[in-house]
Write a protein of this length. Structure first.
Length: 84
């Protein structure tokens, strides 16, 4: 199992931790941010292929920000894939 830690920028969450195996997301945990929403995002992406989650979450914005916690998760997943 691959464990990856990502420090998001431009959002309220301070850390994203991802566990993935064979291209499938096993667990996502956010530190900081809107706890209920981020727990929901984590539950929804569990079991998804990494590429599918990237496609679904990439480009989502939060208010007037150019990014969001879901978008930052897509960026974290992309960075994780590049590192592999």
């Amino acid at each position: 199992m691959k464990h990856y830690t990502y420090r998001p920028s431009g959002v309220c969450s301070q850390l994203i931790e991802i566990d993935a195996e064979n291209g499938i997301i096993e667990n996502v945990q956010f530190t900081g941010g809107c706890n209920g929403n981020l727990q929901g995002i984590s539950a929804l992406v569990k079991g998804l292929p990494v590429e599918s989650a990237i496609e679904k979450l990439s480009g989502i914005r939060c208010g007037f920000k150019d990014t969001s916690c879901p978008d930052q998760l897509s960026r974290a997943l992309q960075a994780m894939e590049k590192e592999a």
